[in-house]
Design a protein around this ligand. Structure first.
Ligand code: ZN
Length: 288
């Protein structure tokens, strides 16, 4: 039975967990100026139902574009020099909300917790939040994977984003499949339109509003190794983890600004916490 004051307890207004006033803000004017006149230096095409890796140096921009038809992409990012520093979807969600757009950042895992990339342009920024609570570019999903597929259907499917990312990373780094799989992490769902149902709180997806020519662009804050999967769900209007949806490639392009345009910008330092966790003597675990 609910307590007598149940309604009063439910009526307490929420408090934002992480007010962004104290979050270091990106210098968007500097990024805009640096992007003007930046030269394209590389491009990678991600085949449908597959993934590809790409490398971006700190201070460069990278753009993910829809090219042939509505297609969702699952993005992983690592520090190119230390794969243990990787995109931290959960904390990024806590800091910026369920979906990312221009000005938001992709934060890295503990103990680093620093911006890996800043979103500098989003042609789907107009979408906002629809009547179902859906929005674009989420950090609430994980990535489609063959284990959940097997759990729910008993099937064996090898082109889930999890497996696509695993194969691409193994190929890029010469790791074996088990080693590469251990590096794959929760993604930024580029172009995917998702939310939680209001009545049951369940994760939902719906047809992505992305069209050829749309793009999401990032500034690389540190040297990055990226992997992008063109999800087997295509525009994710019906199902994923199968070969039934229409799928299209995605394009990744890298742009190099003129060095003078980055005057005043520095690659962010790792997080400033001292990592002692309240322990003074590591051998006796004594507290201060
Ligand atoms: Zn997927």
């Amino acid at each position: 039975m609910p307590p007598k004051d149940a309604d009063a307890r439910r009526a307490i207004p929420p408090v934002i967990c992480y007010p962004t006033e104290t979050l270091p803000q990106p210098d968007m004017a500097l990024y805009r100026a640096a992007r003007t006149g930046a030269q394209k230096v590389a491009e990678v095409t991600v085949p449908p139902r597959d993934a590809a890796c790409f490398r971006v140096s700190a201070g460069q921009f990278f753009r993910i574009s829809s090219v042939e038809g509505p297609q969702v992409g699952d993005l992983n990012l690592w520090n190119a020099d230390d794969l243990s520093e990787r995109f931290y979807s959960g904390k990024t969600r806590a800091l910026h909300g369920t979906h990312l757009t221009t000005g938001d950042r992709m934060w890295s895992s503990h103990p680093n917790l620093r911006p890996m990339a800043t979103i500098t342009d989003d042609t789907l920024g107009w979408y906002g939040i629809d009547e179902y609570g859906g929005s674009v570019h989420d950090v609430i999903g994980t990535r489609c994977d063959p284990y959940t597929h097997n759990l729910l259907t008993g099937g064996q499917y090898h082109h889930c984003c999890h497996s696509n990312l695993t194969r691409a990373l193994a190929q890029e780094t010469d790791m074996d499949t088990d080693q590469a799989e251990a590096q794959v992490h929760d993604v930024l769902n580029v172009f995917m339109c998702t939310g939680f149902t209001r009545d049951t709180g369940q994760y939902f997806m719906k047809a992505s509003p992305v069209r050829p020519g749309d793009y999401l662009e990032f500034f690389a804050e540190i040297d990055l190794l990226g992997a992008l999967s063109a999800c087997p769900g295509g525009d994710c209007s019906s199902e994923h983890s199968s070969d039934t949806a229409r799928c299209y490639p995605l394009l990744v392009e890298v742009f190099q600004p003129a060095p003078a345009h980055l005057d005043g910008w520095h690659s962010p330092a790792r997080n400033g916490y001292d990592r002692s966790h309240g322990i003074v003597d590591q051998k006796t675990y004594s507290k201060p």
